[in-house]
Design a protein. Structure first.
Length: 245
C-alpha cells in the first residue's frame, strides 16, 4: 500500500508539474490580466512565450516576449525577463511580482519615442525621444516607491509651451526613506532649468524648478517665463507643480 501511495503521489506531482509547465499563456491572460493590460496574438506558456502586440497602461508595444527566471522563487517572487518594441526603439527589463502584488523592475533599459506615452500622460501632441536606464523601479499599487536610475529626453516638444523643440533634459532618480527623489536639469534645452522632484508613498508629488532664459530662448517662451514668480536669483523664475498621482 505504501508503494502504491508513493507512486500515486509521484504521478500526481508529475502531472501537476506538466500542467504548469505547458499552461497556455492565453488562458492565464484571460483569467488574471488586469484591465490596464491588453494583449493580442499570444503564444507559448506562462513560462516562455510571446505576443504580437500589447498595450500596457496606454503604452503600445510590439513583439512582447517573456522568459521565466526560476531563481526568483528563492526571493518569494515570480520573475521574468521581458523584452518588447514600441513603435520604434526597445524595452528590456527583469520584472518580478511579489506575493502582495508589488512589481519590481530591475536592469531596465529602454529607448522609445514620447509619442508612445501620449495616452498615458494625456498629452496628444507630445514629441521627443525618451531613454531610460534604471537599476531598479518598484511599484506598489502602481505608485513608484523606489527608483534608482536615469531618464533622459531629447528634442522635447510640448505644444502648450512651444510648437518646436525645447531641447533635452535629464532626471536622475534615487530612493530615500521619504520616497523617490530626482534631480532634474537641462542638457541642451532652450531654457536653463535646475529642479527637484519628490514622489511620496501617499501618491503626492512636488516638482520645484528654477528657470532662466538663455541666449537662444525663443521670444514667446521668454514671455511665458514672465508670468512665473521670481526665483532665487535675479533673472530666475520658479516653477512649482504639486498634486496627487
Amino acid at each position: 500500500m505504501q508503494t502504491r501511495s508513493r507512486l500515486l503521489a509521484v504521478g500526481s506531482i508529475t502531472l501537476l508539474v506538466g500542467i504548469l509547465a505547458f499552461f497556455p499563456a492565453r488562458v492565464a491572460y484571460q483569467w488574471f490580466a488586469p484591465d490596464t493590460i491588453s494583449i493580442a496574438g499570444i503564444s507559448g506558456s506562462i513560462w516562455s512565450g510571446q505576443a504580437r502586440e500589447a498595450r500596457v497602461s496606454g503604452i503600445y508595444l510590439r513583439d512582447l516576449r517573456w522568459q521565466f527566471r526560476p531563481f526568483s522563487l528563492f526571493s518569494a517572487k515570480l520573475g521574468y525577463a521581458v523584452a518588447a518594441r514600441p513603435s520604434s526603439g526597445f524595452v528590456d527589463a527583469i520584472v518580478a511580482v511579489g506575493p502582495t502584488g508589488t512589481i519590481t523592475l530591475t536592469d531596465v533599459k529602454a529607448s522609445l519615442p514620447l509619442q508612445a506615452l501620449r495616452r498615458a500622460v494625456e498629452l496628444p501632441e507630445l514629441r521627443g525621444k525618451l531613454n531610460l536606464q534604471f537599476e531598479r523601479i518598484k511599484l506598489d499599487g502602481n505608485v513608484p516607491v523606489a527608483a534608482d536610475g536615469v531618464l533622459e529626453v531629447a528634442d522635447l516638444t510640448v505644444p502648450l509651451v512651444y510648437r518646436s523643440s525645447i531641447g533635452g533634459y535629464r532626471a536622475e532618480f534615487f530612493t530615500q526613506e521619504s520616497g523617490v527623489m530626482a534631480s532634474v536639469e537641462d542638457t541642451d534645452g532652450v531654457i536653463d532649468l535646475a529642479g527637484s522632484l519628490q514622489l511620496s508613498s501617499d501618491r503626492s508629488y512636488q516638482f520645484i524648478a528654477q528657470l532662466a532664459a538663455k541666449s537662444n530662448t525663443p521670444a514667446s517662451v521668454r514671455q511665458q517665463l514672465q508670468f512665473l514668480p521670481n526665483g532665487n536669483k535675479p533673472g530666475q523664475h520658479e516653477l512649482r507643480l504639486e498634486g496627487q498621482l
